[in-house]
Design a protein around this ligand. Sequence first.
Ligand code: KG4
Ligand code: ZN
Length: 345
Amino acid sequence: MLVLGIETSCDETGVALYDTERGLVADALYSQVAMHAEYGGVVPELASRDHTRRLLPLIQQVLDEAGASRTGLDAIAYTAGPGLVGALMVGASTAHGLARALNIPVLGVHHMEGHLLAPMLETSPPPFPFVALLVSGGHTQLVEVQGLGDYHLLGESVDDAAGEAFDKAAKMLGLSYPGGPQVAKLAEQGDPGRFRFPRPMTDRPGLDFSFSGLKTHTLTTLKRLEQEGALDDQARADVARAFEEAVVDTLVIKCRRALDATGLKRLVVAGGVSANVRLRERLERETDKRSARAYYPRGRFCTDNGAMIAYVGAQRLSAGERDEIGIMKAVPRWPMDTLRAPTGS
Ligand code: KG4
Ligand code: ZN
């Protein structure tokens, strides 16, 4: 079954072709980052308009790359949520329109389920069951995954997501959007011993996260340095380093607890923040220590992409799941633990 995957939930237009026999056949991405950077964050209306501009040419591009034509498609999957409603509508309406014209099934899938299963596109995918740490711009969650659609939420952020905290810290440090990679780059020059930031919610049991206090701590540290006339480039790098260490350490502590609580030996790390090198190094050390193993998507599938949507869609569509004809879905808020295993599998 050849499935076209469409991702338009935020500021990246992602398109891919996944074949249930051959695996990933082609993928393409257009990032709107440069356009939004001017405003310091994603402007929803501009995002929707740009998806409209980019989506059809990108679909044509992946079809050409794969030497396929529209009529060779067996089904279409699109991101139905969570995300920006206008941006989601572009993907949903395009998917439904194409599916109607081609008379093939179409299915709206969950963006975070896409991130969760993105490591399945790698050459050595994680077998079920596993613990997943989902760390993106909008979500920070620990999930026990027993199988496709069998998800148990172990913990999540009670306020900001980890990626959001990186983006806000970047703004305070005068770095551009999206902040995660920039903070990480600046932190490389930082002295890890100069500041120690708090590790929120690690002093009590439980698997929930909170990152908003860390944001305030970063701001007050920068303000104090400024008042002292000591906010030079080195100080900024030292703050970036202390911030990154605190986020990474907090995530690692909670992953350790989740592995202990479930007794599982496999940890999947996905979502934009999973591209963070320091996080990967620390998790690698942690899993080695306990004869466990960490799995990640390749770099370009850590952040938003069409391949993960095509993959999840292919799993569910081949089990017979599909949207009702003409009923497109765009669900800005959609808790992942409401997902179920595909009916018929
Ligand atoms: O998964 P994603 O592409 O979009 C959402 O679904 O939110 O994640 C984007 C987030 C942004 O907040 C970005 O700053 C963060 O991932 N990010 C990183 C890194 N690369 C991307 N955060 C820390 N270190 C990185 N290397
Ligand atoms: Zn995402």
